[in-house]
Design a protein around this ligand. Structure first.
Ligand code: ATP
Ligand code: MG
Ligand code: MG
Length: 375
């Protein structure tokens, strides 16, 4: 059979690999560390740095089609692979999503609303940006951030100096207005090599400390907001000629929607699709790349997905019987660090409100003693 090469060995790669396996593909993975979540389930593993073009070429040699599971593959490596091998997603979207400033400019060029923002290179720029954007605002590194890392929320004048002291040297930055949203949502959209498009049911996302905590589907937003969210995701996907699966994170305030950021791959907030939709975001991604017709994105039952971070796993194993049964997904990571995504669970339920209340009251997701990770 054909071999799919996955750049990146994390949990997203693992879940892609598991789907692709069911469809009869062989899996090869490129990852710098041994025993990665994806490496454990792959047929073949190339241990090399993501910016090592030779390592990437070694992977490519045994693969018929390539994909990536995270957006920080070096652009040069991606371009090399695009030119010499078959990377249907291309490298352009990587370049855009690796840089928040570029990403926002791109979104704006398609008339997609984003929070007011300004580029920040120096403390002087930051002071001027605060004048223009006004507080509260969020200072973010333009590159490399995830799970809320490399961000500082500024609420008062003093935070200008404080945020600069904490983040300086990690620039450039973007200062964004802090949006007083009602709800955060994400839209996961897939476009195949043949131009067929599917949009999964909009997901409502609840973050804690910058990390996704819960995803609730259907999202508790107005029909107008939902239609708008889908329309914006579709506009972006079609404007850039998307191939594969893409997540668009958005802020919803009343019926208005603005885009926070994009991720050019399956997304944590789409994990609910594995159990709650006819086709999962991972299967859809593989279908899109390999030229299959896309599957149905029908929601089979309302769903609540909850992440299991390092500090939650032991408590979950101890107390899960107090909750209704859930679909359990553990990623095989050895070390349970605080804030590290170790797994997730998905409840299918006709009474999501009751379940959300149980989760909120459960001891499992209370803070625990684990140290390290995000402060
Ligand atoms: P991810 O892991 O999703 O890639 P990230 O590190 O890129 O995360 P963001 O998505 O930019 O971070 O921000 C993390 C969270 O912080 C958001 O989901 C949202 O809850 C909050 N946040 C970020 N920017 C803003 C903003 N401009 N206004 C209000 N809240 C914000
Ligand atoms: Mg991000
Ligand atoms: Mg985000």
């Amino acid at each position: 059979g054909s071999t799919i090469g996955i750049l990146g060995g994390g949990q997203l790669g693992r879940m892609m690999a598991l789907s692709a396996r069911e469809m009869g593909y062989r899996i090869a993975v490129l990852e710098p560390k041994a025993d990665s979540p994806c490496g454990m389930v792959a047929d073949e593993e190339v241990i090399a740095s993501y910016d090592d073009t030779k390592g990437a070429a070694g992977l490519a040699a045994s693969c018929d089609v390539l994909t990536y599971e995270f957006e920080n593959i070096t652009a040069e490596t991606a371009r090399y692979l695009e030119e010499t091998m078959y990377l249907p997603q291309g490298s352009e979207l990587l370049k855009i999503s690796q840089d928040r400033l570029r990403e926002k400019e791109e979104l704006r060029s398609f008339d997609i609303p984003v929070a007011p923002y300004a580029a920040v290179y120096t403390l002087m720029d930051l002071k001027e940006a605060v004048e223009k954007i006004t507080l509260p605002a969020v200072l973010k590194t333009t590159r490399g951030g995830y799970d809320g890392k490399g961000q500082y929320v500024l609420t008062e004048e003093e935070d200008i100096e404080k945020s600069w002291q904490e983040l300086k040297g990690k620039g450039p930055f973007v200062l964004e207005q802090k949006i007083n949203f009602d709800t955060e949502v994400s839209v996961i959209i897939t476009r195949s090599v043949h131009g067929e498009v599917s949009i999964f049911p909009t997901a409502e996302n609840i973050h804690r400390g910058g990390i996704l905590h819960q995803t609730i589907v259907p999202a508790r937003i107005s029909n107008e907001a939902e239609q708008r969210a889908e329309m914006l995701a579709r506009r972006f996907a079609e404007s850039i000629g998307l191939v594969g699966t893409l997540a668009v994170e958005m802020f919803v305030t009343g019926d208005t929607v603005c885009v926070n950021e994009i991720a050019p791959r399956p997304h944590n907030s789409g994990h609910y699709t594995i159990n709650a939709c006819e086709t999962s975001q991972f299967e859809q991604h593989i279908r899109a790349l390999c030229g299959w017709p896309l599957g149905s994105v029908q929601l089979l039952k309302p769903a609540v997905m909850v992440n299991l971070l390092g500090e939650h796993v032991d408590a979950y194993l101890e107390h899960h019987r107090r909750l209704p049964p859930a679909h359990v997904h553990l990623y095989g990571k050895a070390e349970a660090k605080k804030g590290r995504k170790m797994g997730h669970i998905t409840f299918l339920t006709d009474t999501p409100e009751e379940l959300i209340k149980l989760i909120d009251e459960s001891e499992i997701w209370k803070e625990t003693q684990l140290t390290g990770g995000r402060k």
